[in-house]
Design a binder for this molecule. Structure first.
Ligand code: ATP
Ligand code: MG
Ligand code: MG
Ligand code: MG
Length: 480
């Protein structure tokens, strides 16, 4: 028999019908007259209550109905007398599909710390928090495709293994079939790649952008959405070694168009979460409210999770140049309670995440798009501004996150692009394929990258990027 999903049962308008449900036991309570089983099948954060009468279900079976066990239930869906749920299932038969030894099953009904759950990443999707994250990752991925599909963008698959190393020098994961520890060497001491699978040095991609540009300069508008890899040894709550990135690339877009698209996209995604993930959001929000109770008054958040999401979905982002932002930071009063001090070192240095968060959370109190960064702290492909000092870059900064999007108008002028590459020590020969797009029919174009996990941190309200991806890859962590 096919089961009915619990999400469907809880919405059912009909009662007194025969139903068949399967799932994992969350809790069982009761006495010798009646048992209440909270059953979850992952289709929704909500459990269905199974009422089991020891007169009709054997003691042997009921003993095996413990937290974590999987069961199949035949019974009647009836209106619930208890509070908290509208319907419940009165069990006629219960079949044990898989037991879960209560002495050993790690997910007993109590609040587990995130640290503990990261150690049992293989079981944590069985918890409310991580099943909510899993469903919301799906919803947000779907929303990404929906948004771009509605706009006529093409989903383009850029390579995971790349042969170019113009970007991300030092942060790349090497891909090789040679003996990595003891590779064959040429006479001059450099690695001899002639025996390697690709016969050259290859790496895991740090971004699909450069290849994405090739698509945009052929079909107009594309986006990539795939895994990207960075061997950055930064143990922060915002960085992973393997993360998913969404990178649209658009021909005939200038910086302004680029910002408009990115802002519209982010608002769309956040609104999509509000409209389609209400139950999971309500759960995550209640969790946060619990956590907030233990915080000192000055650290308590002014808005609930849904209020934060609504605020972002409904209000325009602030747009400000890097130069103006530096002035704001210089003139801001240092916050003595915090470790860092304003003003920042000065024009020309990259903002640290503390500075980004100050601008967003204290100064503007809304998402900020920072534009026109000094050329020396940005990549070679960003378009040079008329002042010769800044480039048409834009980073979007979010409350509680810092940088969520990085993008720019790309340099479409061959001569300027080539001199930038020379300046930055990038050999032209290696990028000949890229330069061809500027040699033949070049057009103004733009794009950006949105870190999918940073978005997930924002929409779930969770504090650590390790908790918004099923299998976080961080230094020292790749168990499965
Ligand atoms: P950051 O300054 O936070 O290190 P970045 O400037 O190095 O980020 P970009 O190269 O601009 O990152 O990548 C585009 C987007 O990808 C970023 O805005 C961010 O959302 C996301 N991102 C970058 N690095 C990581 C990472 N290690 N883990 C998760 N997301 C990341
Ligand atoms: Mg970085
Ligand atoms: Mg950055
Ligand atoms: Mg960036």
């Amino acid at each position: 028999t096919r089961r009915t999903k619990i999400s469907e049962l809880l919405k059912s308008e009909q009662t007194n019908i025969d139903v068949h449900v399967k799932g994992w036991v969350r809790t069982k309570r009761g006495n010798k007259h009646v048992n209440f089983i909270a059953l979850n099948d992952g289709s929704t954060i909500n459990n269905i209550q199974i009422v089991a009468d020891p007169n009709s279900i054997s003691e042997d079976i009921l003993k095996k109905v413990t937290t974590g066990a999987s069961i199949a239930v035949n019974g009647k869906l009836v209106e619930s007398q208890g509070s908290g749920q509208s319907v419940e299932v009165h069990a006629e038969t219960i079949e044990i599909l898989g037991v879960a030894d209560p002495e050993k099953y790690p997910l007993q009904p109590k609040k587990h710390s995130f640290e503990f759950l990261r150690e049992i990443a293989h079981l944590r999707p069985r918890t409310n928090t991580f099943s909510a994250v899993l469903r919301m990752r799906h919803a947000m991925s779907f929303a990404v495709h929906k948004f771009f599909n509605e706009k006529g963008f093409n989903y383009m698959h850029t390579p995971i293994i790349t042969g170019s190393d113009a970007e991300g020098a030092g942060e790349m994961f090497r891909v090789t079939t040679l003996d990595a520890k003891n590779p064959p060497l040429k006479e001059d001491g450099s690695v001899d790649y002639s025996e390697d699978f690709f016969e050259k040095e290859t790496n895991l991609t740090v971004s699909g952008q450069l290849e994405g540009e090739l698509g945009a300069l052929a079909v107009g508008e594309i986006y990539t959405f795939g895994p990207t890899f960075r061997a950055e040894n930064s143990n922060t709550t915002r960085h992973l070694a393997e993360f998913w990135m969404i990178e649209p690339e658009m021909a005939f877009y200038d910086l302004e168009d680029n910002m408009d698209l990115a802002e519209e996209f982010l608002k769309y995604l956040v609104q999509y979460a509000l409209d389609n993930c209400a139950d999971d959001l309500a759960f995550l929000e209640s969790r946060l409210i619990d956590e907030e109770k233990n915080k000192p008054a000055n650290e308590k958040s002014e808005m609930t999770l849904t209020e934060k999401l609504r605020f972002v979905a409904e209000n325009d982002f602030e747009r400000v140049t890097y130069t103006d932002a530096i002035d704001i930071l210089r003139n801001s009063k240092p916050n003595k309670k915090k470790k860092f001090q304003y003003p920042v070192e000065g024009w020309g240095t990259d903002l640290q995440s503390e500075h980004e968060r100050y601008l967003v959370e204290k100064h503007f109190k809304k998402p900020v798009i920072l534009t026109n960064y000094p050329k020396d702290i940005k990549a070679f492909y960003m378009r040079m501004d008329d002042d010769g000092k800044t480039v048409s870059a834009m980073d979007i900064l979010f409350p509680g996150i810092g940088e969520i999007v990085g993008g720019s108008q790309r340099e479409e002028r061959l001569d300027i692009l080539m001199s930038r590459m020379t300046e930055m020590g990038i050999p032209h020969e290696e990028m000949d394929w890229y330069l061809d797009t500027r040699r033949y029919g070049t057009v103004p174009h733009s794009g950006f990258g949105l870190g999918f996990e940073r978005l997930m941190i924002f929409v779930t309200g969770l504090g650590n990027i390790r908790d918004v991806i099923p299998f976080p890859r961080t230094p020292g962590n790749a168990e499965f």
